[in-house]
Design a protein around this ligand. Structure first.
Ligand code: SER
Length: 305
């Protein structure tokens, strides 16, 4: 199945289940406390808190999207089998329309029936400090798959958000396929204020996110994201003589650079422009250093006396 088919199947699946498909927002969010759009839920933040009305704006309490996302926190991991700076995130969202049962059932059905994948195990929030364990999700999973393996983890693994200084957040259930985390189901029950204090939201919401490259890796039965039909064609363009890791960095960063520029970012010495400049510099230096190393190793005539 190609990545275009995966995208289309995802959108069709949620459309058939009453979701309105909303286009991706820009990589540059309205929220001044963050540099980039890092998750699908960001454009929907006001709908979780009641500041905006999903019925009025979308004609439905449920939406789905494929969101352009940019994360620089893992930039040093890029080049391994699964990390990227730019990626597309498939997500379904609900602002009071449905809750954990439907979310888990949809995810299970989409992965196992539509994509014919086998789930290794799932994780749920085990409870920490004053936040209770998510026993409800465990029961729902076990009702669907009685012998499913459920890992129970704490706040650093199974609690998501907020993005920026404040916002909706909550316990998560993550789904693992072929050893990789493919889908993060977030149950937005709380609002986290600027001081980190949690309060229950008036209406609980759903926010899920699944990276397209990782999903394509398991659907296409590849060993890593760079073997998928999303990235392999770009990898093939990299100079053959470069080391695999260097090629991967160049591929990831070049794609991120193209999307940042197409959303209006220009190289500069601050904020988003600085990140763009840094990515460009990394592509150029990786390419240059790798080539210089090779030159020194292979072409003796170019070595200094
Ligand atoms: N917001 C969550 C994430 O980015 C789920 O969409 O993982």
């Amino acid at each position: 199945m190609t990545h275009q088919e995966i995208r289309q199947r995802f959108l069709d699946f949620f459309k058939q289940r009453g979701h309105i498909i909303v286009p991706s927002s820009s990589l540059l969010p309205d929220d001044p406390s963050v540099l980039f759009t890092t998750a699908g839920m960001q454009q929907f933040k006001p709908y979780y808190t009641g500041q905006a009305d999903a019925m009025k704006d979308f004609g439905s309490l449920n939406t789905a999207s494929i969101q352009k996302s940019m994360r620089t926190s893992d930039i040093d991991e890029v080049g391994d089998d699964s990390h990227l700076t730019f990626f597309e995130m498939l997500g379904n969202f609900s602002f009071g329309g449905y809750w954990k049962k439907e979310t888990i059932e949809y995810a299970y059905e989409f992965l196992t029936k539509e994509l014919k994948l086998k789930i290794d195990y799932v994780s749920i929030f085990k409870g920490e400090n004053d936040i209770p364990a998510d026993e409800e999700s465990e029961k729902i999973w076990k009702k669907i798959v009685p012998d499913i393996k459920v890992k129970k983890l704490g706040r650093s693994d199974n609690f998501w958000g907020p993005t920026g200084n404040e916002g909706p957040c909550g316990p998560t259930s993550e789904i693992f396929v072929n050893g990789a985390e493919v889908w993060n189901l977030v149950f937005n029950q709380y609002y986290c204020d600027k001081d980190g204090k949690l309060e229950l939201l008036k209406t609980s919401g759903i926010d899920t996110g699944m990276g397209l490259d990782r999903l394509a890796t398991v659907v296409q039965n590849k060993k890593n994201i760079f073997e998928t039909d999303l990235l392999e064609p770009i990898l093939k363009l990299a100079p053959l003589e470069l080391e695999e890791k260097v090629k991967r960095v160049i591929v990831d960063h070049s794609r991120a650079i193209a999307f940042l520029i197409s959303d209006g970012v220009q190289p500069s010495n601050k904020e988003q422009g600085y990140v763009l400049r840094r990515l460009m510099r990394r592509v150029i230096t990786h390419n240059f250093i790798a080539k210089a190393d090779l030159t020194l190793t292979h072409d003796k005539s170019l070595r200094k006396p």
